[in-house]
Each structure stands twice: as structure tokens, then as C-alpha cells.
Write a protein that binds this ligand. Structure first.
Ligand code: 4AD
Ligand code: MG
Length: 465
């Protein structure tokens, strides 16, 4: 076959080079036609749309054509022509075809369209070949890019927090242990406990639940930093919003108070969502049509609305005074459930909400204590459909207050000596937050289950792929 440089389908579909020889490579979505002409819809993942390949059957080996079935992979040389048919502007009149890989119609799992999302989770190795997952994965990429762009454009430095950590003091959730010790015969100390001095790091280690503590170290030197990496929580929460392995974006800013923190959260979320509207509209239109016909309107409404800001205490009284029946009753002091959060956002305010000043008992040790002695300067950003998309706070920068809170909560301060030193040496007011990347992608794609917005979800009893 003649060697012609490949052009991606995305480019071919808007190409002006009518009449020229081109090469396209990709996977066959469908083949139809009759004895004399075959039409192949070819997709290479560069865009949701396919390019149509027109094959004059007489010019090709019948045995090869038979093997060009849904799921097979081919390379096509041909002439780019204006399309006669509906639905596409250009197509390729095939001259030469090379068959890279067949896909036996008897066994190829994606032979037919319209599989359930549950079934597709069982074939996570093949689901990127579907329109839905192509769209989700392209949007996921675009959002990751937009996040780096936003923070870079605003003077933030990307800080790589460690994935393996020696401290378990963040308290954000159950941790996965990291060890090279033999699970069956670990070294035992005289007192009967496991001797972690023999372990790889000479001490117990875990997968991180958050990069925040390290981000704080960065912010107290570089002023504006953000992390963007995988985080791990070993909770057995089998919900449509929780993963055991998820990605988190954690900006941390010296000299920011809680209001600056809220402003950054609101501005960046609007930027990300607007970026999707401006750069992923083909994929969004597909998802809007197939899954959720309110999606694009909802995204626009986020960009165009000011987020409602109120305190936890105010929110609790709105919930208490509502006539709504909640599964979990509301009273001051409880950790709000997703039904409460969604009521505030979807029924009461009908726009995103930022709640602040939560009871200190339900929030982490590092949050700045308010003068009332009861609440801390926390903030959660709540979105329609999703509930909590961001959790953050102003940090306690006062050494004595922080230390006494650590003691109160019986956290092992020896694990945190390095963290506490930032409050001893040149402490500064500072704030930050954590944005759950998959929660953002859930919102932007309108998908209903967090397992469907990450290529290979890690959930309880599920790490096959
Ligand atoms: O509210 P969280 O636990 O906050 C922290 O970890 C802080 N250290 C963040 C900070 O201030 N730098 O988690 C932050 C966000 C949540 O709002 C949610 O969007 C997401 O991370 N998240 C999860 N996403 C998927 N699966 C899970 N199990 C998640 N747990 C939290
Ligand atoms: Mg939270």
C-alpha cells in the first residue's frame, strides 16, 4: 500500500483538500451497503463523528472486505470527496485498504449498539471504543488541560505531592497501607506487634488521601501552588459519587482568607465549565442528546449565575424550616447529607451554593477556628446533581491554636512535626481547597455514576482492569 501520511478524522471532516489523496486509520463502527458498494463508518477517537469510507466492491479482494466488520481496524488510502449522502460533508473514496486487525462478529462485545453503562463497566478495556466513553474521555482530557491552564495563567505553580505518605493525620478517610512486608509472616517485635522498622521505609506508610498538607508547605514558600494527582480512600462507600482512587486538584494560597478562597473556587469552576462549552461542544451535544437533555443549559447556568454564599448555621435553619421530609433529620451539628445539600441547591436556591463556618467537630483539625469557639472557617461548594464538589478552608496559622486542636483530637503530633514547623517559622494566613476531579467531570458530562467518568474505576471489590 502506498505510504501516505495519516490525517485524523477530526481534520478530514473540515478539510478543504477535496480531490486529494488522503490516509485515514481507525476502527470500523458500522458497515452497510450492497453487492456493488459498501459504506464504512470509521472512527479514530479524535472526534465523536465518523468519516464515511465508500468502497467500490469490484476493486477489492472479496475475502478482505468480508473481514471488515464492526470493531475491526483498518488503514485506508483514498480520495477525499464531497459527500453525496446526508449527515456528512466529506467522505473518502477508497483506493487501497489495509486490514490491521479483525474483530470476530461472533465474539466482539461491542458488535451491537446501545449497551447499558453497567455492562460497559464489565468491559472497561473496550468501552473507550463507544461514542459515550470517547466523549467522556475527551472531555476529561480537556478539563485536565483547562485546570493546568487556569492555574498557570493565574501565577500558580504545580506542586507534586507524594503519593506514598508517612503521615496519616489528615483524617480525610481510611487509608490503604503500603508495605513490602510478607503478609503471612511479617517480622514481629518482642511485644508481638509488627516490626515496621523492617519495612521498606522503616515505618508504616499509606497511600495519600490528600496532597493538602504538602501543598501548604509549598504555598508558604511559593505563595500560590496547586497539586493535581491521584488520592486514595479505603472507605467502603459504594455510592455513585465515591471512588477508592480519585484525582484531586488542591490549590493552596498564602495570604488568602476565606473570601479570597471562595472567589477563587467560584471563578475557577466557571472557567472550567466555560472551557468545556467552548471546546467540547460536539461531545456535550452528544451527551445532551443521549443522556441528559438539560445538560448544556445547566452548564450555561453555572457560568452565568453568582453562587449563593451562606453559613452552615443559616443553611441548617433553611432546612429545618422547609416542609421537606428528609431521610436524615436535620439539626445543628450534623454533617450534611447529600439529600440536604441537593435540597439547598436544587430546590431552595436553584444555583450553586457555598456553605461556610461549619461546626468544628465535623471538620478537620487544620481549619481556622472562629472566635465563637464553635465553628471553623470551612467552605464547601455544592453543585446541582452532585452535591459537594469542593471542600476547603482557611487554615489555622496560629501555632498554639493548631497545636491545642491536635491535642484535643488526640492526633499523633509526632507525625506532624514538619507541618507544625510552618507555623513556627514565618507563619502566614493561608487558604486552600480540594476539587474532586471526577465530581467535576460528572457534572460536566451529566453522567450519573462516577464509575463512568474515569477510565478504570477503583471501587470496593473492583480492580480488574
Ligand atoms: O472534602 P475533602 O475530603 O477535602 C480534602 O481532602 C481537603 N484536604 C481538601 C483541601 O482543602 N485541600 O475532599 C475534597 C473533594 C470533595 O469535595 C469531593 O469533590 C472529592 O474531593 N472527593 C471524592 N471524589 C470521589 N471519590 C471520593 N471518595 C471522594 N472523596 C472526596
Ligand atoms: Mg469534604
Amino acid at each position: 500500500m502506498e505510504n501516505i501520511k495519516q490525517t485524523k478524522v477530526k481534520k478530514l471532516l473540515v478539510s478543504q483538500a477535496i480531490g486529494s489523496m488522503v490516509n485515514a486509520k481507525g476502527w470500523v463502527r458500522t458497515k452497510r451497503g450492497n453487492k456493488s458498494v459498501a459504506f464504512v463508518a470509521l472512527n479514530d477517537g479524535s472526534i465523536i463523528h465518523n468519516i464515511q469510507i465508500v468502497i467500490d466492491v469490484v476493486n477489492f479482494d472479496e475475502e478482505i472486505l468480508k473481514l471488515i466488520t464492526t470493531g475491526s481496524c483498518i488503514s485506508v488510502n483514498g480520495v477525499l470527496v464531497k459527500s453525496q449522502g446526508q449527515g456528512q460533508s466529506v467522505e473518502i473514496q477508497a483506493k487501497e485498504i489495509e486490514l490491521y486487525g479483525t474483530a470476530d462478529p461472533e465474539t466482539y462485545p461491542l458488535q451491537k449498539k446501545g449497551h447499558s453503562l453497567e455492562f460497559l463497566r464489565e468491559i472497561a478495556h473496550l468501552r473507550p471504543r463507544t461514542n459515550t466513553f470517547g466523549a467522556v474521555l475527551r472531555i476529561r482530557h480537556a478539563m485536565a488541560f483547562a485546570i493546568h491552564k487556569y492555574f498557570n495563567d493565574h501565577g500558580f505553580y504545580y506542586l507534586h505531592a507524594p503519593i506514598i505518605t508517612g503521615s496519616d493525620a489528615e483524617g480525610a478517610g481510611e487509608m490503604f497501607k503500603v508495605t513490602t512486608l510478607d503478609a503471612k509472616y511479617p517480622p514481629i517485635k518482642v511485644d508481638g506487634s509488627v516490626d515496621y522498622e523492617e519495612d521498606f521505609f522503616g515505618k508504616p506508610t499509606n497511600l495519600t488521601v490528600s496532597g493538602q498538607l504538602e501543598a501548604e508547605l509549598g504555598a508558604l514558600a511559593l505563595s500560590l501552588v496547586y497539586t493535581f494527582g491521584p488520592t486514595f480512600r479505603a472507605e467502603n462507600s459504594n455510592t455513585a459519587r465515591h471512588l477508592a482512587e480519585f484525582w484531586m486538584i488542591e490549590p493552596e494560597m498564602a495570604f488568602y482568607d476565606i473570601t479570597n478562597n471562595m472567589d477563587l473556587a467560584e471563578d475557577s469552576l466557571k472557567y472550567f465549565i466555560n472551557y468545556a462549552l467552548e471546546n467540547c461542544i460536539d461531545d456535550l451535544e452528544f451527551l445532551n442528546k443521549m443522556y441528559d437533555n438539560g445538560l448544556i443549559e445547566r452548564l450555561k447556568s453555572i457560568v452565568n449565575n453568582t453562587f449563593e454564599r451562606l453559613t452552615y448555621t443559616e443553611a441548617v435553619s433553611i432546612l429545618e424550616n422547609s416542609k421537606h421530609k428528609f431521610e436524615f433529620p436535620v439539626k445543628w451539628g450534623i454533617d450534611l447529607q447529600s439529600e440536604h445539600e441537593r435540597y439547598l441547591v436544587e430546590n431552595h436556591f436553584k444555583k450553586p451554593v457555598i456553605l461556610t463556618d461549619y461546626p468544628k467537630a465535623i471538620k478537620a483539625f487544620y481549619m481556622k477556628q472562629n472566635d465563637d469557639g464553635k465553628t471553623v472557617r470551612a467552605m464547601d461548594v455544592l453543585f446541582p446533581q452532585i452535591g459537594e464538589v469542593i471542600g476547603g478552608s482557611q487554615r489555622e496559622e496560629n501555632y498554639e491554636k493548631l497545636n491545642s486542636r491536635i491535642k484535643e483530637l488526640k492526633i499523633n503530633e509526632k507525625d506532624l512535626w514538619w507541618y507544625l514547623e510552618t507555623r513556627k517559622f514565618g507563619t502566614a494566613p493561608h487558604s486552600g481547597f480540594g476539587l474532586g476531579f471526577e465530581r467535576l467531570i460528572l457534572f460536566v458530562t451529566g453522567m450519573g455514576n462516577i464509575r463512568d467518568v474515569i477510565p478504570f474505576p477503583r471501587t470496593p471489590k473492583n480492580a480488574e482492569f
